[in-house]
Design a protein around this ligand. Structure first.
Ligand code: PEP
Ligand code: MG
Length: 586
């Protein structure tokens, strides 16, 4: 990297979580960087050997630290996985292979080490044995740590150790990185990859951490220690801001704060349109920490993404641990319904937790959510038992993610019945009539909603995934982010179809994807017949404020107009003009 500039310059990205923050940048380097290969002089070989030994020593210290932290948090048995990592780290055969190559050829040590690791992994991959598969994933994990140390890269692991709050800069930042970091130390997040509906963006929004994604080569343009100002409303990043710039943004922040105050004033008011049509606004959560103290102002929890708590935990929690978390949330809901979604691991959510050996080419189309759960019946049943037990404490509903066909709902229902029978035999309390619903987020489920509805007590539309699968646009790939169009006529039609069919089947329908929290979209959803909206608590004020300012008649008219439009851009402009009219109305 060239000498860091000290004068003000700005960068542009896509704002995905509102807010303005400023502070020192901390650059987390791209973990997928290629391993450099270069020739060294024979006289440098001793130094190269020493570099590797130091990197291994450092990795050993890091692993021991994580092991200690985990055994305090989770228990010694879970932390024992790191013993296998320590063994892999000090594997004599790998070290011998590395040093032999270093002697034979004149290449840098990280290259020799990586070749040795790849050779061993290649040999292991030919053996179909679950123990060996575990060893491959251990090897991958520890070798990444060693190579990071050799290259001076920083892994998320070490962010937790920083003492001051910082602006995190990274080429990518996944939900599992989030799990390892102390959130109170993140002022803002800037990444090169990501999009509006990546789970990192969703988590940032719910935590109120400003986040900007899609900033080209950001890790080359900002270096650790630079002072940056992040405008999460407009996607502007100002590096080395002058006093004037700081003043301008302080004013901007106060304008937004005033608007937010106005929106938030709607939170305790009735959820009702001007012509008296009722609607519900619930919240999306990742755990008990997201539960607001004024729960009476919300309709309930519309989506509890349980996998985030698993990621934080670092492994699959046992029934008792899960029960405590669900019970905590149900108690905090104070009698309001809590929709608990069963595990939705996969996609951009930490495959290592699922002990996957090889990386999937298309994780969002792969081994995700209900597919994983139906294949791992015991893991699934443990979660269901914990959820069912928590249902004795309030109103709990079970939501199944990534449903593609009625067969999956039926298979899941059978496992739920088994869990119920076991609990009954044990004399445990639970709601025998617990409602079971499906996420509608895959086109096959949306198109056959009339069939799926027959096996469901309710449905919840996951627009984040539904849009990506409808339009074949990876929701976390910034290269195709411009093609991720919620206003595409195909999306509008499928939403209208699903809502209409669910109403015909007489089952409740909620929208819990990010579209529910989009101020330009919520009126259209209401017009289609959606009466339940679920979103992060930070968005509730604005959506409630807007829906309270329109009539159902206006919303229905808007739906008819929009359904007749043939271009995405025409839909956008109609929705924006409608939004503008509402904001201007008294
Ligand atoms: C969705 O897909 O819209 C949804 C709510 O689920 P997630 O974002 O967790 O995939
Ligand atoms: Mg989804």
């Amino acid at each position: 990297m060239e000498e860091a500039p000290t004068s003000e310059f700005d960068l542009k990205g896509l704002a995905v979580a509102k807010g303005i923050a400023h502070g020192e940048a901390f650059v987390m380097l791209n973990l997928d960087l290629k391993i450099p290969v270069y020739e060294i002089k024979p006289a440098d070989k001793a130094g190269e050997r020493e570099r590797l030994q130091n990197a291994i020593m450092k990795a050993r210290e890091d692993i021991l630290k994580v092991k200690e932290e985990l055994s305090e948090r989770v228990g010694e048995a879970e932390a024992a996985i790191f013993d296998a990592h320590l063994l892999a780290l000090e594997d004599v055969a790998i070290l011998k292979e590395t040093f032999d190559m270093l002697e034979r050829e004149n290449f840098n040590v990280e290259y020799c080490y990586n070749c040795a690791i790849e050779k061993f992994i290649g040999a292991f991959e030919k053996i179909d044995d679950s123990f060996i598969r575990e060893r491959i994933s251990d090897l991958k994990d520890v070798s990444r740590r060693v190579i990071d140390n050799l290259l001076g890269r920083c892994s998320s692991l070490r962010i937790g150790a920083l003492s001051d709050p910082l602006v995190l800069v990274s080429s990518d930042f996944s939900p599992s990185d989030f799990a390892l970091v102390d959130k109170s130390k993140i002022l803002a997040i800037i990444t090169e990859k990501g999009s509006q509906t990546s789970h990192t963006a969703i988590l940032s929004r719910s935590l109120g951490i400003p986040c900007i994604v899609g900033v080209e080569n950001v890790a080359d343009k900002i270096s650790t220690g630079m002072f940056v100002l992040v405008d999460g409303y407009n996607g502007n990043i100002i590096v080395n801001p002058t006093e004037n710039t700081m003043r301008h943004y302080t004013e901007l922040e106060s304008v937004h704060r005033e608007a937010q105050k106005l929106f938030d004033s709607a939170i305790p008011l009735p959820s009702e349109t001007l012509d008296g049509a009722k609607f519900d606004v619930s919240i999306n959560i990742s755990g008990a920490a997201d539960m607001p103290s004024d729960m009476e102002n919300y309709a309930g929890v519309g989506l509890f993404r349980t996998e985030n708590f698993f990621l934080d935990f670092g492994s699959f929690p046992d029934e008792e641990t899960q029960y405590k978390v669900y019970a905590d949330v149900v108690r905090s809901a104070k009698g309001k319904p809590v929709v608990i979604r069963t595990l939705d691991l996969g996609g951009d959510k930490n495959l290592s937790l699922m002990k996957m050996v090889s990386k999937e080419e298309n994780p969002f189309m792969g081994y995700r959510a209900i597919r994983f759960c139906l294949d791992h019946k015991e893991t699934f049943k443990t979660q269901l038992r914990a959820i069912l037990r928590a249902s004795a404490l309030g109103v709990v509903k079970i939501l199944l993610p990534m449903i593609c066909s009625i067969r999956e709902v039926e298979r899941a229902r059978l496992i739920i019945e088994e869990a119920k029978e076991e609990l009954s035999a044990e004399g445990a309390a639970f709601d025998r009539d617990v409602k079971i619903g499906s996420m509608i987020e895959v086109p096959s489920a949306a198109v056959t909603i009339d069939i799926i509805a027959k096996a469901c007590d309710f449905i919840s539309i996951g627009t984040n995934d539904l849009i990506q699968y409808m339009l074949a646009v990876d929701r976390v790939n910034d290269m195709v982010a411009h093609l991720y169009e919620p206003t595409h006529p195909a999306v509008i039609r499928i939403l209208n179809h699903v809502v209409g069919a669910a109403r015909e089947a007489n089952i409740p329908v909620c929208v819990c994807g990010e579209l529910a929290a989009d101020p330009t979209f919520c009126s259209l959803l209401l017009g289609m017949g959606v009466t339940e909206f679920s979103m992060s608590a930070t968005s509730v004020g604005e959506i409630k404020y807007l829906l309270r300012k329109i009539t159902l008649q206006q919303a229905k008219k808007l739906r008819d107009e929009v359904l007749s439009l043939t271009r995405s851009r025409h839909v956008i402009s109609r929705l924006r003009s409608f939004h503008y009219e509402i904001m201007q109305s008294q």
